[in-house]
Design a protein around this ligand. Sequence first.
Ligand code: AMP
Ligand code: GLY
Length: 418
Amino acid sequence: MKILVLGTGAREHALVRSLAADVQVSELHAAPGNPGIGADATLHAVDPLNGDAVAALATDLGVDLVVVGPEAPLVAGVADAVRAAGIACFGPSREAAALEGSKAFAKDVMAAAAVPTAMARVCTTTDQVAEALDSFGPPYVVKEDGLAAGKGVVVTTDRDEALAHGAACVAKPGGRVVVEEYLDGPEVSLFCLTDGSTVVPLAPAQDFKRALDGDAGPNTGGMGAYSPLDWAPAGLVEEVVQRVAQPTVDEMARRGIPFAGVLYVGLALTSRGLRVVEFNARFGDPETQVVLARLRTPLAGLLRAAATGTLGLVEPLRWSDDAAVTVVIASHGYPVSARTGDPITGIDEAERATGAQVLHAGTALVDGVLVSAGGRVLSVVGRGTDIEAARAMAYAAIDLIELPGSHHRTDIAASPSR
Ligand code: AMP
Ligand code: GLY
């Protein structure tokens, strides 16, 4: 099988490493990728947001499957363009990706499918925002409708701050904002592969979203993750499939906008039971790095089955009993203003000496020197017989990597987040 992967992050590096280990895969390509991905796949300088350019590249390369990593190409309709060229694509259509792209749409689908989620009101004026804030009470949760790379959500006990965020969102052209009930309890990410009718869950993981130790500081794209979750209630995965993923996939099919790809279910396990915090239409980063580190079933056939309506035929998934922990190394100033251009050294030694995987995210090669080129720079994955051993491997590797001014959390997987 020849495969083209779209994206530039550590999530895509993890996908490429898993695909490279699959004997069914004969050729791997990535666009645009990053220097780490370039060690496992042939890189192409094609804009992943340009559907026509991606379809043309996939056609020229004669690939059997395109795998879309990030949300932006999905929302831009890149999967539709690839399928229109007659090539299988792992990733939902533009219309179906609205499950991630519009929080108001996701809420509407959840209501129709009786999926448990936070009570919410969609507001288009500041007065409506104020009324909704007072009806739910603190802590306040205010979410911009639309893709905001994790920056559109404010969770605060400060009513003025909540109102100001809501007012700023509705002031934009066509601005809508979702005000919702606060959900207490730990969060879990569960990725559900689907071909539009069959749902196959992967293993749950937990992400550490805040920038600093102790879940302090601003929200980020994710500073680390681990799997499995030994504290999660037995039967959690089955419950999420039955009450969330399958009804959502069925409701999308009923509406004539089948959702195929991966439905990322972000959950809160509240004192009143599970609730959906968010849907995403793609794999999560950094959770993918730990989930794929534990998946024994070869990945290519699974992704192709999801892309071609044959997921019902796949064998039950096989998992390693090992635990996996990933810790993100972020650049100076991330997430407020990430500095770039700092030299990165020690990756090879870290991998060799510890057995950890060092996945690239925001890296670039400048005159043959590896430098930082984004906020999240590396995702270091440790494995072991338990979480403690996997953590130790990840942090031992980090000790051997130099990136001036960088920071990382020191408490990933030390205890559950929240
Ligand atoms: P979202 O963009 O919807 O994923 O929200 C980003 C983060 O904000 C989530 O991962 C949660 O940590 C937090 N969050 C979102 N919605 C809620 C809620 N209703 N209650 C508490 N925290 C929330
Ligand atoms: N780890 C959170 C996300 O991928 O959205």
